[in-house]
Design a protein around this ligand. Structure first.
Ligand SMILES: [Zn+2]
Ligand SMILES: [Zn+2]
Length: 186
């Protein structure tokens, strides 16, 4: 395993960033990751960048829109992980997609893993442990026979006080099974 190709961000600098400056740091990192990819694939188009992802997902390569989407709430709370891992993760998807056989490759398959290892010098992980409590509006998990349901804090409080909720699909009463503090996200 080689060392990470992109430099480790200075923790004090990163922690002090606010608002536009914080978003700018993400854009800069995407730019650096893109330049690195261009060394092996000079024709790679520059992806647009949006900080418009909601919920539990950290990032997403959106080929239809032609760019990378990031979750601003999770980024704010997990700055280093975003710069060090999430940006390369999504950029690796972007690069693989633009290789000749890329659109047919599995999302986290051999090609993607090779880019993560060989180009970015990172362990190719597909999950992260982020605190998603603020990013997810419905972090209280309830189960029925057929699926998992997310409850907001308000609805969860009502259920704790005795309100019964049934699943619209299987009609079973929902049972509380814990709060989702950490989720797999990328
Ligand atoms: Zn159900
Ligand atoms: Zn991925």
């Amino acid at each position: 395993m080689t060392a990470p190709a992109l430099p480790d961000p200075d923790p004090a600098w990163l922690a002090a960033l606010e608002g536009e400056a914080l978003h700018h740091a993400l854009h800069e990192r995407v730019e650096a990751a893109w330049r690195l990819c261009c060394e092996v694939h000079p024709a790679l188009p520059r992806p647009a960048v949006w900080l418009d992802l909601r919920g539990r997902s950290a990032g997403q390569a959106h080929f239809g829109r032609g760019g990378l989407r990031f979750n601003p709430v999770l980024f704010d709370e997990n700055r280093r992980a975003f710069l060090v891992e999430v940006v390369p993760h999504e950029m690796a998807h972007w690069l693989v997609h633009h290789l000749e056989d890329g659109p047919r490759a599995r999302p986290h398959g051999r090609e993607w893993q090779t880019v993560m290892r060989r180009l970015f010098g990172l362990v190719p992980r597909t999950t992260h442990r982020f605190d998603t409590r603020r990013a997810s509006p419905a972090p209280y998990r309830y189960r029925c026979a057929c699926r998992e349901h997310g409850f907001t804090a308000r609805r969860h409080a009502l259920a704790r006080r005795g309100s019964r909720y049934r699943c619209r699909h299987c009609a079973q009463t929902l049972v509380y099974c814990g709060r989702s503090a950490f989720e797999k996200v990328v």
